[in-house]
Ligand binder design. Structure first.
Ligand code: ZN
Length: 414
């Protein structure tokens, strides 16, 4: 059964919201407390003991660990381990000069995670959404043991069971949100067909099917939307109310465009009997970036992350599996002779190699992703030529990029 992540808005009474935020700050305290003790031990002994046993021992010394649900505390502990593991990986590559992972800001609202226990979800009416009850810690001074609130997610999503629930602070909207990992019943597979996708900026998606035919989805509409809102945001104080509002609006418009493109593509897949989509894992985007650029790069990458998520989600409902494959070097490698020459990439949007191969650059990339995933090329053996790709473009409707009439309207596309 495929697992999907559903986003939901939280509608909570002010006192409930305050309690949740308080618990989230406790999670931050616990996170920082664990880091602090690990740092101290490192200074004394020169070693970091990341064993669960050691971390549990430290947790007993942290009073705030009794403020939120015990299983969630264990998930905070796992976040600390992951932080250390990625820190060690960076250190090994010489990409950080720090001595330990960084603390979270005091006011930071850490996510509250619930896996399989500590939460209950009851559906209300279609309009009202669901009612969620989550457990808090057993040692709270105010004696509160659990809180309830209402959540609302996109209508029309049917799921069997909720596996996981996270309460997170969304910095774009400035609100608390719930993320549900749910099991859904999938549609039967449309067929055995396969397709490879290369994601990019000018061409949002380049798709190559088994028969070598290609589809290009223009990224111009998306680019225009992002550029417009970036300009608006440049004149606003970062993190201010207006800034967040603008960021939120940009996100809605971007989501809308991505959904349109993803849906069009998936319907085409279903029509052609495609059961599996492989997509480049964006490792190409990370190539040549140093640690300082990671944050910028994350901002740059979010529409692609979102697109892959949308494909995965909508695809699962349609019986189409979406798998990521490593895309390193796929954009600079010649699909015909296999030589990787960065200078070959893009001459007026075309990939041209000295061996005589010439193809639209993103189609060349998608062909390489296809070959990497399936160990076979959709064009080799046949005429060796790619058919002229079909080009699709999506942009917002008549109202342009300024003000969407109803920004949150997702029903138009889905
Ligand atoms: Zn070549």
């Amino acid at each position: 059964m495929p697992l999907l992540t559903l986003k939901a808005q939280i509608h909570a009474a002010p006192e409930v919201e305050a309690l949740l935020k308080e618990a989230m700050r406790s999670a931050t305290k616990v996170y920082n407390g664990l880091l602090w003790h690990l740092r101290e031990a490192y200074q004394k002994t020169g070693r970091v003991d990341l064993s669960r046993k050691n971390l549990n021992r430290i947790l007993k010394k942290l009073p705030r660990a009794k403020d939120y649900y015990s299983m969630s505390v264990q998930l905070t502990r796992e976040e600390v381990r992951e932080a250390y593991q990625s820190f060690f990986a960076l250190k090994k590559q010489g990409k950080t000069r720090h001595q330990a992972p960084g603390f979270r800001r005091k006011e930071y609202l850490s996510p509250l995670k619930y896996v399989q226990s500590g939460f209950k979800i009851a559906s209300l009416t279609k309009v009202e959404g669901d009612r969620v009850t989550v457990s808090l810690g057993t040692g709270r001074k105010d004696g509160a043991r659990q809180v309830s609130f209402r959540i609302a997610h996109r209508p029309g999503v049917r799921y069997e069971r909720v596996r996981q629930l996270s309460i997170v602070y969304d910095k774009f909207s400035g609100r608390l949100e719930a993320r549900l990992t749910v099991e859904v019943e999938a549609a039967p597979r449309p067929g055995e067909g396969r397709v490879a996708l290369d994601l990019g900026e000018t061409i949002l998606m380049a798709a190559v099917f088994d028969d070598g035919s290609a589809y290009l989805y223009s990224g111009r509409g998306l680019k225009a939307v992002r550029r417009y809102w970036q300009k608006v945001r440049a004149n606003l104080k970062r993190g201010s109310r207006r800034w967040r509002e603008v960021a939120h609006r940009e996100k809605l418009q971007v989501d809308h465009l991505l959904r349109q493109a993803a849906l069009h593509f998936l319907r085409e897949c279903a029509k052609r009997g495609v059961g599996e989509v492989v997509v480049g894992d964006l490792s190409g985007l990370r190539e040549g970036l140093d640690y300082g650029e990671v944050l910028n790069q994350r901002l740059h990458a979010w529409p692609y992350r979102k697109l892959v998520e949308t494909l995965r989600y909508k695809g699962a409902l349609m019986g189409i599996a979406v798998r990521e494959v490593e895309e390193r070097q796929t954009s600079v490698t010649c699909h015909a002779c296999g030589k990787a020459l960065p200078s070959n990439r893009r001459h007026r949007g075309f990939y041209a190699c000295s061996c005589g191969w010439r193809a639209q650059a993103d189609v060349n990339g998608a062909l390489n992703i296809y070959q990497r995933a399936f160990q076979v090329s959709p064009v080799k053996g046949s005429s060796g030529r790619v058919a002229r790709p079909v080009v699709r473009s999506f942009r917002l409707g008549w109202h342009g990029v300024h003000e969407p009439k109803r920004g949150g309207d997702s029903s138009r596309a889905s």
